[in-house]
Design a protein. Sequence first.
Lengths: 300, 423
Amino acid sequence: MKIKGIRTVKGRQTLRAYLFMAPALILVFLFVILPIIGSLPLMFFDYSVIGKTSFIGLENFKNAFADKEFRVAMFNSILFVVVVPIIQILSIILALLVNRKMYGMTLFRTLFYIPVVTSMVAVSIIWGFLFDPSGWINTICIKLGIIQKPLGFLNDAKTAMLCIMFITIWQGIGYYMMLYLAGLQSVPKELEEASYVDGATGLQSLIKIKLPMLKPYIWFCSLNSIISALGVFDVVYVLTQGGPNDATNVINYYSYVKAFKDFQFGYAAAISGVQAAMTLVLSILVFVYGRKGGGMTYND
Amino acid sequence: MKKLVSTVLCVTMLAGLMSGCGSTGSKSGADSKSADAKGSETIEFWTISLQPTYTKFFNGLIADYEKENPGIKIKWVDLPYDSIQEKLVTAIAGGTSPDVVNLNTSMALTLAGKDSLTDLNKASTSAQKNVYIDSLWKSTEIGNSAYAFPWYASPDIMFYNKDLFQKAGITTVPTTYEEANALAKQTKTATGAYLYTPPEYFNMLFENGVPILSDDKKSATFNTDAAATLLTSYKTYTKADVLPSANWGKWDNELKLFETGQLAIVSSSGSSLSRIKDEAPDIYKNIGVAKPLTGSLGLSRNALMNLVVPSKSKHQKAAVNFAAWITNDANQLAFCKQVAIFPSTKEASKDSYFTSDTTTLEGQARAMSVQVSMTSSDYSLGVEGQNEIEADVNKAYEAAIVGDTDAKKALDDAKDLAQKDIK
């Protein structure tokens, strides 16, 4: 690939950037792009790796939509997208709170970000202990008289999904907080000051100036969050394995079970294909809606 | 200074990346499979979670075999239970199949159904086959083919907490689920602990004589009135909170509850004693050993580990011979003297070792295992989709007990799922 102006300073900087990215790009290509491309034809085959392989056309997709467990997993995955607005709203609130010059604010920013850089498996295991009937949450609730006997949060079909959502929100909030913080810090100070001079309150300044200026960030973060929500896996794998009674069975986990427990790799590829299509549709909706965002909306 | 710090960080990151490129199994024995020297064969032998506790023992066995069979080298790889099936499939697909693999019956049947295992009815000699207890040899039979050498068995026995029994006023140890259910309420009331956790619903049906499949193994037949009555009765107990509604048959969870004094009875193999002794010495001191709870058939579970030879093994004959040797009478007996498990061979299982010590808890567990093994079985359906069918049957429990669906509806739904998984 010829890099324009390689002899110039900018050209050399660009080349250096590509060289630094090269190892990661190679890994992404080998372990993400290639398998995705490889799984496309699998969707149309009855393929179990070790058994006989045969072409079956759209049979996997027909079976998927006739499969009650798949429909439940699809519904749960769509339901899981509920975490997106919650994470975004909480992240914006946190970003507003930490966007101040106060003693100890760096510590708070760090504490909020630590869950983001902690392995989701480790996070899930710890929260599993906390949610356990003999865990801290039950112990504290019983001591405070909120409940009389321990609750099995992860064993109850009504609360298991809520716990999974909570853990996801808890872990993700710091990441989006940092993005929104960057957004808030890019809002020109003069705009804010001008609004105060004009008699705007803090809330009006937030609604009329800061949030509109954050629209591109909200758009990007929502898109990112939707893709992550539809692809939730780790926390389900570690804590509930899709149970109890399929209450936390999501598409990604169901696809994993079909591939690696039942050896139905073709069917699993088809399920993943449906998930990719769902993600694409939702992403397009957010993309189209979000394109109109950004720019100044405060009028003199 | 900044350059130095960046360089150190980059190198550390690269080192971290490269360390992830190694394999995850623990290895022992001969380290090179690919360089089979002329006239020598390297057999790759996979086991489930036997290292590091039994490393010395198996290294000794391997050394003995290599001495008796010059030209054969054994490369021993130990893997966790959760990953062995996936790794095996990956290895077979990648053309690097191991030669002898330790699997449980369910996993063996799944792979057998995909023609991935060697038919040992054809590949092994009569002398090799006839040492095993007949019912255990048949565990991995599909049609006229058998796909595994039975290895060590772990018959379930009962460990009960004498303290909790005393507090609950239980003077006679229950022997059936029916007797236990009658004592469940007084145990919960008097001690706050559950008496026992019901087994997996699949096992419960087996133990009460409810046929999971038809005789020709082409239809799921477990959605009977008897199955619905059984499920409904347990629903009553769980709703009254005298028996737990969650984690039926989840051994890890049961053991945790038992070790924390929240469960009075745990069904497990004798090998659990060492874990309880380590993790809960106070509970260990109060353990009593008894026959496991049984259903109407008087049957209890005998989980079997097997050794299989993948059909893609490049050293079939040598692999079959090694697998047969590891699982012969003498070696199984020697292994059973290392840990409280039970052999699957006829002669070893009659050895007086299993009944010689009745003073220690471990000795009592061994003696009890001998007794119960006569009326125990590895709950095998003898079909390829055993894993999936078992999961489908257990969905009836989840729907009815956890999800509060009507028992008959839960069973009918589960039956429809299982019907699709019958191959």
